[in-house]
Design a protein around this ligand. Structure first.
Ligand code: SF4
Length: 335
């Protein structure tokens, strides 16, 4: 079957079965590129199910690109709290400022790639969904589908260009916006990592992996264990029962968010001697490494560096990362 017929078969399936999502329209490009932009940033490394409530609240507070461009960054972090990867919130706001400054939404790949926090995938997806451009939108879901369709068994890392070329050929020339959504839904609903539902798949008859025993193992990957870092976090309490928190720098890991003093490499010398080891640990997996944080407690009336003492009941007023929420939960449950 020709690629364009395959894409039409997928579109037919999508119009009947595709998901209704708050940032999605069926039947062509979205009339509001800002909606696409916000959803694309939120969906980077986060699932659709998690994003939906955050997206709804975010759009209610920042309904236009002008609202976001003018907003205070701390408030944007607040609405992002719990989604993780906070540098995305900062990049999205910077991107909104850039678009407002230039006066319109960029519509070429080269221009979109100049926006803050926009990589190849986000650029292609944005241009397909907002401007109906037939670009290869290739994320992990699409790679899995393409590898299975053509039964590609080499390690994924070695065949990315081939996958992209095949994905581009399959992309609907007539309706790239709907096709981009359709292939995402195929990956999320049918060609799932485990137990793909081949019987319900519009591509089953043409798929080289359907019915094969290794389908779940495709795509193959080179083994790559994440390195582990060991660090320490300090819960510093004063006589009023308040805890010391600090705002992290605007650059680096968990930037701009509030946190208990911590480091991801050994202990902080300034606190280490006086602090008591609780024996508790929190494990958190980042994109490039796994972090094991040991929890220490300390009683003090003042602390070093910029920060403030806050009652635990008021923590919700300060944007905390998921990591620090885990730390507090672990500590408060053990107390
Ligand atoms: S037939 Fe099965 S393996 Fe092939 S694309 Fe469809 S769901 Fe995936």
């Amino acid at each position: 079957m020709k690629e364009q017929n395959l894409s039409q078969a997928l579109l037919d399936w999508y119009y009947k079965n595709g998901r209704d999502l708050p940032w999605r329209v069926k039947g062509g490009a979205h009339e509001n590129p800002y909606v696409v932009l916000v959803s694309e940033f939120m969906l980077q490394q986060t699932t659709v199910k998690t994003v939906i409530p955050y997206f709804t609240k975010f759009m209610a507070r920042f309904p236009t690109i002008f609202d976001l461009a003018q907003a205070d960054l701390e408030e944007v972090y607040h609405y992002w709290q719990g989604l993780g990867y906070y540098s995305r919130a900062r990049s999205l706001k910077q991107t909104a400022e850039m678009i407002v400054a230039r006066g319109d939404f960029p519509q070429t790949e080269a221009e979109v790639l100049k926006l803050k926090g926009v990589g190849e995938y986000t650029a292609a997806s944005f241009l397909a969904l907002a401007f109906n451009q037939p670009l290869a939108v290739v994320d992990g879901n699409v790679m899995r589908i393409i590898c299975r369709m053509y039964h590609l068994t080499q390690p994924l890392e070695d065949i990315k260009q081939d996958i992209k070329a095949k994905a581009l050929k399959l992309t609907s020339v007539q309706n790239p916006a709907d096709y981009a959504s359709a292939i995402m839904d195929l990956g999320a609903m049918i060609c799932t990592p485990k137990n793909p539902h081949c019987h319900d798949c519009p591509w089953q008859k043409y798929c080289a992996s359907a019915g094969k025993s290794d389908v779940e193992h495709i795509p193959y990957r080179k083994k790559n264990e994440k390195p582990v870092r060991y660090g320490a976090v300090y819960l510093i309490k004063n006589s009023e029962g308040k805890y010391f928190i600090q705002k992290r720098m605007e650059k680096g890991l968990l930037s701009g968010l509030y946190a208990f003093p911590w480091c991801d490499n050994g202990t902080l010398q300034i606190y280490a001697k006086a602090a008591e080891d609780t024996g508790l640990e929190v494990v958190h997996v980042f994109t490039h490494f796994k972090l094991v944080l040991r929890l220490f407690v300390l009683e003090a009336e003042s602390s070093v560096g910029n920060g403030l003492f806050v009652f635990p009941s008021a923590f919700e007023n300060y944007p905390f990362s998921t990591l620090m929420k885990k730390v507090w939960k672990k500590f408060s449950l053990a107390e």
